[in-house]
Design a protein around this ligand. Structure first.
Ligand code: HEM
Length: 493
């Protein structure tokens, strides 16, 4: 049975990606102590946008890291009710190796979110219909935070690139459909709300672990009660985890590699072959057309197409390579047991991400490909900016470990993914001395592209919790040390 979601209590980012609000800025801030945190929270709370119907020209969302919740006065015993990865943070012990944040992606080089830098306690995500509205709301925010004694750790600007990411490909096409939050389109499977919103049944039919407090810790009854009937106050319900990673894209290196690898025998460049190789890496053409439906040439009419599987049409990866970015990030019906079956789809459903990222960089970012997909910037010449361009990757999940970390570690960074040998994700994988090959299945023999440079580097990041409106109200009135222990450990999956 589909659970009924409390849309007025859920932050709107779970329901929409704000395609109409093209301008966005993300502020990461440090909280010096509970008083400053509560002052800022009191001002922010009534401005947080909910998942109810929406027509405004701007939206605001608010999230906190585990350290931030602690600084608001939430006791360690309660924070322990969140998942372990959230408590430890994105740079916790062994996490960097696990996530592929090594060598040039190491937190040692991060611009924000690293242990040695300013604490990433809180995050405000602002969205607006025009640059003017964004600037006005940002100025107001900055003034209020400063007035409360809160320090900005970083302000992440985004770049309006239409629907494209900086390599020049249409992005944000494939998103999970969530029961009760969005209408299922043609061919779309609706996933259990609890895969993304805490406090509702997940893909296992269970409630994902989240902090539950003794009812006595919530005498004003600000929080909903545990739907499992324990009587505990549910701090997690209607919230979710938010992963933010600043992924710098080396646009020049990406297109130069594709150009060099597809030179004609006479040594000249072949723009069509270059774009075709880049499309093989992504699994979609620059317009967004999936290779599985249009393997030989781009077809902008298919730019939004998301109605396909892999196993029955292309088991060997002849159309869409087995290691292409989208085939790794969402293998659809390719997984064991029984690829091509309902069982396979059901396993895949347990690893979906709700993506809310935005591009960033200077105004000329994302211009690597022109309308007929030939390169505008000649390889080796004045390449587009190598630094300062990329994606502020944002994803929302109910389980950091089973969703984001699994996809990042087991699919994106895995050199042996899907029977491959030395191939990490061709687009965003860490090379780390290995995984620098991209295999393109073909007849009579496959083609292996070797020596892929690192196209994407991590420049910052943190795990946040996107609380419900009621949880924000609870945090706002919290005297430090109000609760000493969680009521119960909820089921962890
Ligand atoms: C800078 C790095 C990245 C770039 C340039 C990039 C680019 C893209 C593009 C162009 C698409 C196709 C559009 C679409 O299907 O919506 C896509 C899809 C996707 N990406 Fe990425 N991506 C990056 C990093 C990541 C990371 C780190 C993850 C997860 C850990 C990820 C997860 C996904 C998922 C889940 C899809 C949808 C696949 C599908 O459902 O078919 N991406 N990405």
């Amino acid at each position: 049975m589909t659970a009924r979601l409390d849309l007025g209590n859920i932050q709107g980012l779970l329901a929409r990606g704000y395609r109409g609000l093209r301008y966005a800025r993300f502020t990461v801030f440090a909280i010096p102590g509970p008083a400053a945190g509560h002052a800022a929270l009191s001002w922010l709370l009534p401005r947080v946008t909910t998942a109810k119907a929406f027509t405004a020209d701007s939206a605001l969302h608010l999230a906190f890291s585990a350290a931030g919740l602690r600084r608001l006065g939430l006791p360690d015993g309660v924070i322990a009710g969140f998942s372990a990865e959230f408590g430890e943070g994105m740079t916790g012990p062994d996490r960097s190796r696990f996530l592929g944040d090594v060598e040039s992606s190491s937190p040692r080089f991060w611009e924000w979110g690293a242990p040695q830098g300013a604490p990433a306690d809180g995050l405000v995500l602002l969205y607006a219909a025009t640059p003017e509205v964004l600037d006005r709301r940002q100025a107001e925010l900055a003034g209020r935070l400063a007035g409360a004694g809160i320090r900005e750790a970083t302000v992440l600007d985004t770049l309006e690139l239409g629907n494209n990411e900086p390599f020049g490909f249409h992005d944000g096409i494939s998103q999970p459909v969530i029961q009760g939050l969005a209408k299922a389109g043609r061919g779309a499977r609706a996933l259990a709300a609890g895969e993304f919103v805490l406090g509702y049944p997940n893909g296992y039919g269970q409630l994902t672990g989240r902090p539950l407090l003794p009812a006595s810790a919530d005498p004003r009854h600000l929080l909903p009660r545990d739907p499992a009937g324990s009587g505990a106050a549910d701090l997690g319900r209607d919230g979710c985890y938010l992963v933010l990673r600043q992924l710098e894209q080396d646009v020049g290196a990406f297109w130069e590699y594709a150009a060099e690898a597809t030179r004609r025998p006479d040594g000249s460049y072949d723009p069509r072959a270059r774009t075709a190789l880049a499309a093989k890496m992504v699994g979609r053409w620059p317009s967004g057309a999936p290779l599985i439906k249009s393997p030989d040439a781009d077809d902008p009419r298919l730019g939004d197409d998301n109605d396909f599987g892999y196993h029955h049409t292309d088991p060997g990866g002849l159309a869409c390579p087995l290691g292409a970015h989208i085939r790794r990030m969402n293998p659809r019906d390719s997984l064991d047991p029984n690829p091509g079956s309902e069982q396979s789809l059901a396993v895949n459903d347990l690893h979906r991400l709700l993506r809310r990222g935005r591009a960033y960089g200077p105004g000329n970012a994302g211009t690597a490909v022109d309308d007929d997909h030939a390169i505008r910037v000649a390889p080796g010449n004045s390449a587009p900016p190598h630094r300062g361009t990329g994606l502020h990757f944002v994803c929302l999940v109910a389980s950091l470990t089973r969703q984001f970390e699994f996809v990042q570690h087991t699919w994106l960074s895995n050199p042996n993914f899907n029977g491959l040998y030395d191939d990490t994700d061709p687009l965003a994988g860490s090379r780390d001395g290995r995984g620098a090959t991209f295999t393109v299945p073909a007849r009579p023999v496959r083609r292996r592209y070797r020596g892929l440079p690192q196209f994407v580097r991590t420049r910052g990041g943190a795990y946040f919790f996107l609380p419900s409106i009621s949880a924000l109200r609870y945090l706002e009135q919290l005297p430090a040390g109000a609760v000493s222990a969680p009521a119960a450990a909820a089921t962890m999956r």
